[in-house]
Ligand binder design. Structure first.
Ligand SMILES: CC(=O)Nc1ccn([C@@H]2O[C@H](CO)[C@@H](O)[C@H]2O)c(=O)n1
Length: 115
């Protein structure tokens, strides 16, 4: 456990930007390398493709979850169906069983202000 490098920023695929900004997507499922964040931490969020900042998030909690234990409830928090979520994760992390759920809220969408 632990030992990883604390994340100071996080990226999302551009196709999830609107769902994040609207509050429809409130979790992300990451591998161990991207799990090193803590509750209360504020992270700048950029697109993976262009590294374009689009908001800051506050981490609410980080909990381990197995791929095989994903439920419709996880999918709902991703604004997806469970089959969609399983397909997306298999594409990003093929064969990976141990995931980490990062629950977050958007706290800032303007580059020049904090909150
Ligand atoms: C860009 C990058 O480096 N990595 C990732 C990794 C994951 N995700 C999303 O989190 C959820 C569960 O994995 C799904 O909604 C994923 O699409 C993402 O957007 N970007």
């Amino acid at each position: 456990m632990g030992g990883g490098h604390l994340l100071t920023k996080i990226t999302f695929f551009e196709r999830f930007e609107q769902d994040i900004l609207s509050g429809a997507k409130t979790i992300t499922l990451r591998d161990e390398a991207e799990s090193h964040v803590f509750a209360g931490q504020i992270l700048p969020v950029s697109t993976f493709e262009a590294d374009r900042w689009f908001c800051d998030i506050k981490v609410i909690e980080v909990v381990p979850v197995l791929f095989s234990a994903l439920t419709e409830q996880h999918a709902a928090q991703e604004n997806m169906t469970l089959p969609e979520l399983r397909r997306v994760i298999q594409e990003i992390y093929p064969g990976l069983e141990q995931l980490f759920q990062i629950r977050f809220c958007v706290v800032n969408t303007r580059a020049h202000s904090i909150n």
